[in-house]
Design a protein around this ligand. Structure first.
Ligand SMILES: *Cc1c(COP(=O)(O)O)cnc(C)c1O
Length: 219
């Protein structure tokens, strides 16, 4: 490893998204009182309900699959959407953000795991979205592409997990250096959960999404 990447790793401030899905507002409040401000939810209705009951300086991160017809409910307040997995969804977020006179930060969810079931873009879908986003006459003025997100395969085989995180980080660099070199806001690589966050940080994660380790197991 080069001294450059070693230093970056040591000095890097990895952001913690506290994943509060299925947990009550009292549990969120408890972490809030300890200073945590970034919380992640995977369901729109649950996020909307909690947002209404909690302090307004919380940054809400949508990390689960998002249906286009539900974007309008979170567009007024959501801080970042990690799970953009189609051009159609990106266009819908853009439309609803415009209605709220906002620019919504988004991450592109990439498919790197072996499992069929996990959502995410493949490389050709990624290229299509990027071409659309960087076009001089792009309509996508109310979304800001801030990085990529992904999940590793659920396995005890650390070699597989590590290689999938590396693959996601390589995609991050490919976009940053090849397409968005003039956009400093493209800087996030959202990867790592309770079981694998240390490996994700080793591979260059800038945001970890941690639930059960903080809040206990979900039923
Ligand atoms: C639930 C969830 C997490 C957190 O998982 P834990 O194993 O509880 O840390 C992270 N990312 C996504 C997309 C999730 O749905």
């Amino acid at each position: 490893m080069s001294i450059y990447s070693q230093l970056l790793k040591e000095l890097q401030q990895v952001k913690l998204i506290a994943v509060s899905k299925t947990k009550p507002v009292s549990a969120i409040r408890e972490l809030y009182d300890q200073g945590q401000r970034m919380f992640g939810e995977n369901k729109v209705q649950e996020m909307v309900d909690k947002q209404a009951q909690l302090p307004k300086d919380i940054e809400w991160h949508l990390i689960g699959h998002l249906q286009t017809n539900k974007v309008k409910y979170i567009a007024p307040f959501v801080a970042m959407i990690h799970s953009v997995d189609s051009l159609r969804l990106l266009q819908e977020i853009n439309k609803e953000a415009a209605k709220c006179q906002r620019v919504i930060k988004v991450l592109l969810q990439m498919h790197v795991a072996k499992e069929e079931t996990k959502f995410g873009l493949n490389m050709s879908e990624l290229e299509e979205i990027l071409a659309y986003y960087i076009a001089p006459d792009s309509e996508l003025k109310n979304v800001e592409l801030c990085g990529v997100m992904g999940m590793a395969t659920f396995t005890d085989d650390t070699q597989i997990v590590k290689s999938e995180f590396k693959q996601l980080h390589d995609i991050f660099l490919y976009i940053k250096n090849g397409y968005l070199f003039n956009k400093p806001s493209f800087c996030e690589c959202s990867m790592g959960m309770s079981q694998d966050y240390a490996m994700a940080i080793d591979e260059g994660s800038t945001m970890v999404r941690i639930g059960s380790l903080l809040f206990g197991d979900r039923n």
